[in-house]
Design a protein around this ligand. Structure first.
Ligand code: B16
Ligand code: MG
Length: 216
C-alpha cells in the first residue's frame, strides 16, 4: 500500500524547462557555445552547476574557467531565469495537476517536492500550490544530485513514510533512476521521449486513478 506522493517540479508540476533553456542559451552564447533543444534534454533534472559543466564540456571549454568564474556564470544564468519566472501563475500549472493535487489532499495523502531546483519554493508560491505540500527537499542539503536516490529518500522522510510506501512522479531519466534506486513506484510523465525503467507512464497526472495507484 502506498501512503505518500513525491513530485519532481520542472516537467511534472509546471514546465520551466523553456525558461531554463532561454537563460542557458544566452549564457552559453556569451561564452561562444551554441546549445539547442536536443542538447537541453540533457539538462533536465540536473543541478545548476552540473548543467553549466555539461554546457562547457559540450562547447569544448571544460577546463577554461575557474570555480569563481563558473559560480559567477551560474549566478548570472539564475538571475535571467528568475526574471523570466516573474509572470508565472496558476495558469502555468501543467494540465491535470491542480485536480490531482486536490484529490490527493481530499484523501489525506501527504505530498512532497523532490526537485533539483533551488527556486522551487518561489515557483510553488507563484503557482499558488505551496499549501498542497508537506515539505520541499532543500537541494543544498544533498550530498549528491539526481540520479542519486538521496533526494527521494529525504522526501519520504519529510512525509514520515518508508521509501517503499511512496510513489514518485518524474519527467526526466535522472529522476526515474533515483526513484527506482530509492525503492519507490515510479510514474513517468512523458511528452515526447519514452522513459526507460518507469512502472507506469502517463501524459498528464489526471489520467491516474489515485485509489488504484495506492494499491501498487
Ligand atoms: P535551479 P527539477 C531542475 O528541476 C531542472 O529540470 C533543471 O533543468 C535545473 O537545472 C535544476 O532544476 C536546477 O534548477 O537552477 O532553479 O536551482 O526537474 O528537478 O524539478
Ligand atoms: Mg523534471
Amino acid at each position: 500500500m502506498k501512503k505518500g506522493f513525491i513530485f519532481d517540479l520542472d516537467g511534472v508540476i509546471t514546465d520551466t524547462a523553456k525558461f531554463h533553456y532561454l537563460a542557458w542559451e544566452k549564457t552559453a552564447a556569451e561564452l561562444g557555445i551554441e546549445i539547442d533543444l536536443v542538447f537541453n534534454e540533457q539538462l533536465k533534472g540536473i543541478s545548476r552547476m552540473d548543467s553549466l559543466e555539461r554546457i562547457l564540456v559540450h562547447g569544448g571549454k571544460a577546463t577554461e574557467y575557474t570555480l569563481t568564474e563558473k559560480e559567477k556564470l551560474a549566478t548570472e544564468k539564475n538571475q535571467m531565469y528568475v526574471e523570466l519566472l516573474q509572470d508565472l501563475s496558476a495558469e502555468d500549472l501543467l494540465p491535470g495537476v491542480a485536480s490531482f493535487l486536490k484529490k490527493a489532499q481530499a484523501k489525506n495523502i501527504p505530498c512532497a517536492i523532490a526537485s533539483a531546483s533551488k527556486n522551487a519554493p518561489f515557483i510553488l508560491e507563484k503557482l499558488g500550490v505551496s499549501g498542497y505540500f508537506k515539505g520541499i527537499v532543500d537541494p543544498e542539503s544533498l550530498t549528491k544530485g539526481k540520479p542519486d536516490p538521496e533526494i527521494f529518500i529525504k522526501a519520504a522522510e519529510i512525509l514520515g513514510i518508508q521509501p517503499q510506501e511512496a510513489v514518485g512522479f518524474e519527467d526526466a531519466q535522472a529522476g526515474i533512476i533515483g526513484i527506482k534506486d530509492a525503492g519507490m513506484y515510479a510514474v513517468g510523465i512523458v511528452t515526447t521521449e519514452a522513459l526507460p525503467g518507469v512502472d507506469e507512464t502517463v501524459s498528464r497526472l489526471d489520467e491516474l486513478n489515485i485509489d488504484e495507484l495506492l494499491t501498487k
